[in-house]
Every structure is written in C-alpha cells, then in structure tokens.
Ligand binder design. Sequence first.
Ligand code: SF4
Length: 467
Amino acid sequence: MSGPHKLLYVKSFGCQMNVYDSRRMADTLAPQGYVETAAIDDADLVILNTCHIREKAAEKVYSELGRVRRMKETAAAQGRRLFVAVAGCVAQAEGEEIIRRQPAVDLVFGPQSYHRLPELLRRAERDGKAVDTEFPVDDKFDQLAAPSPAATRARGVSAFVTVQEGCDKFCAFCVVPYTRGAETSRPVQKILAEIQHLAAAGVREITLIGQNVNAYHGEGPDGRPWSLARLLQSAAAVEGIDRLRYTTSHPHDMDDDLIAAHRELRTLMPQLHLPVQSGSDRVLAAMKRRHSCADYLDIVRRLRAARPDLALTSDFIVGFPGESEGDFAATLALVDAVGFSGAFSFKYSPRPGTPGAEMDGQIDEETKSERLQRLQAAIDRSQAAFNRRCLGRSFDVLFERPGRHPGQLVGRSPYLQPVQVTAPAALIGEIAAVTISEIASNSLFGALALPTAEMPAPQPALNAAGA
Ligand code: SF4
C-alpha cells in the first residue's frame, strides 16, 4: 500500500477500444480503493492493456514486462507487493503462456473479464496467480461499475461509449474475431442510459465505438434489433450531447440508413473513419474484405452526396501476400481518387492463426517498406491538401484542454483535426467558432471568430477530390 489508497497504473496499447476499456477497469477498481496514478513507479497494481493488431505485439508486451519485473523486484526490496496484470487481446491470445514466460505476472485476463477484476485480484492474491480468458455469455457491461460524476468530468468533454464488440468478418489478416470473439451488441437502453449519465456530468461529444461498429444490431426498447443509424438518432436526442461520432466501420455494413444519418443528423460530425485496406480488387478478395474498390468508391460518393463536407480517413495494409506492383499502384490511385483527410498505413505482418499467415506469395520486408513510404507520402499529400482547404474557413471547435503555451486552448474541429487557439480557459468544454489562419502537419491554428449564427453562410467546398 502507498498511503491510504492503492495506486493503479494502466498502460493502454492500441485502439480506442482499449483506452475505453482501461477507463472502465479503473472505474471497476475504484470501489476497492484503487486510485489512478500517472507514475508507474508508485503503483501497487500495474495493468498492461494490450493490443494484438500491430506488428510483433506480443513481443512488445514481453519486453515491457521485463521492465515491470525489475520494478516489482525494487518494490519487494522496499517491502511492497506490486501486482502485475496483463489484459486485452494479447492476454486473450496467449493466456497462461504469459505467466510461463514472465513469472512476475500475477494475473492474465481477456477483454470479456474486466467486470470480474476485483474477484480475479483476490484470487491472484490468494492463489498466487489467476488467469481468465473465457468468453462468458453474460453482459460484462451490466456488471462494470459506472464512473463517478467527478471521474467522468476529470476525463474531459469527449467520451467513448462501447456499443458493440467482436467481429464476424474474419478478414484474412486480422486477429480480432479470434481474440474478441463473435459480434455482440449492447442493448439500446443501456447505451442511452450511459450517454445520459455522461451528458449529466458535462460530456458534450460521444464517440460510439466497436471493432465493427456499423454491424451494430442491439436490442431496442421495442424488443427488435436496432441499427446503428437508429441508435445514433436516439443518441442525438440526449440533452447536452452536441456532437456524435462512431468508429470503426466496415464498408460492407455501410447501409442506406446510416448514410442518410449523415444528411439528417446535424449532431453527427462530418468525419468518418472507413478502412479500405487496399485499392486492388484482387488483394481485397484475398483479404476476404467483402467489398471491391468500386463498392468503396460508390459508398464514398453516396456519403458525400449526403454530407458534402465529409472528411474521410482510412486504414491501409501494404504488402499483403501476393500484392503486385500493379495492385499497389491501384491503392495509390484510390488515395488520389478519394482525397482522404488522413489515414493509417501499415506493413502487412502475419498473425499466427490467421489465413494470411499461411498464404503463398509473402512479400519481402524491403518491398513492403518501400511501398509503405510511397503510400505514406501520398496520404500526407492528401491530408495536406485537405488541411489547406480549411485555411480561411470558420467552423465550430469543441475546446478540450489547455494548449502547450500559456493562454492557448486545444480543441477539435468537426473534422477531428486538433485546433490551437488563444482563448480564455473558461471556454474549455464549450463550442465556439474559430477562423483557421495557419496549418501545420498535424494541427490547425486559428482565432476565435464571430458566433456561429453570425457567420456568413457560403464557404468553399472542402472536398475538391470527388470519388
Ligand atoms: S472487419 Fe475489422 S475487426 Fe473484423 S476481421 Fe476485418 S479487420 Fe478485423
């Protein structure tokens, strides 16, 4: 024990789902006397919330655990017991192997076991070790503690709400269906209750998250499955919520209602992350993506017809087995055709147990690196062009926190770009119109403008490139 409370340090790897899960773990442990600390050296419990998506994910966790083991030895020399837990997708995939390879670990638990954390900790304390990587049938969200209003406020004006977990798509490169299990959706009423709770604590922006969020089909109050579009409509009606987003979507599940929601719901922000992975139909088929390049471009066209200023971001994998120079050229052409406002791109890395790992035609590292560089240059050009079109425009910014320099605040544009503005601290948590005066590679700079209602209406088109 360090003082009257026990101190908890959670390190999140990977996606927003993990950041959200880490917060819920902290909420679940709060009634047990755990308080979050930003200093790992002071912690009584260290949780590594792992991600399996990126290259050599498991190896990175083991190397991090080596450091934590040395901290555990230092704590023991000072007469303290440091508990070490591994959570998330690597925990789910590796299970007991983690404790075998790194005996300093006390507890291993998968994404479906977070609500059992207090009990698992007691078990680890009693038995020395505990492992829980089952896929139980109960709804873990029912049993996860809700954060206190103070904890919610401290986390800021923008919050994630998990609406869906797992995936049934089985893309040939991806471990999610194996580590997070089948697609499950939370019931509508529970999600709305969570959003109301967040709104009451001062949250103004909600991002609905799920590994395949637009496959959402949770039970509605009428006992029937509701689509994501219908859920968004109800979320938009929650008082105090001014901005909605959702991520991550699969093109295959981008239905007409969801596209129409981008036209109809002003609360739904004009930004969408829609992974495409490749611009080549041959590669998309090998990846088992269930959409062609033309399908993707058609979705983009319909989305922009619904919301002309929509900013699109995406994910790309280069060097999937069998990818030829011609296939890769098709990916570059897709980047130019869509005009993304940003994108993540990665070299393909085989994940044990996925079909891609067994495929012929694995691409050598040098080729992958060289293609990645070219793709990133194309994405950077596209992002810079999008940002340039923001110059001189005015739009609403939701201010989130102080900036790096005194007197400066950082907020987000509707298109999710960070915007730095000289503004009074009282504007944190508020939305104000900002005119963009300068752009840097990853953020925009601007000045407070007239209130939105007084802004002149016509603005230049943001999406010069049409799909
Ligand atoms: S849809 Fe996404 S989460 Fe599901 S298998 Fe494909 S890449 Fe993985």
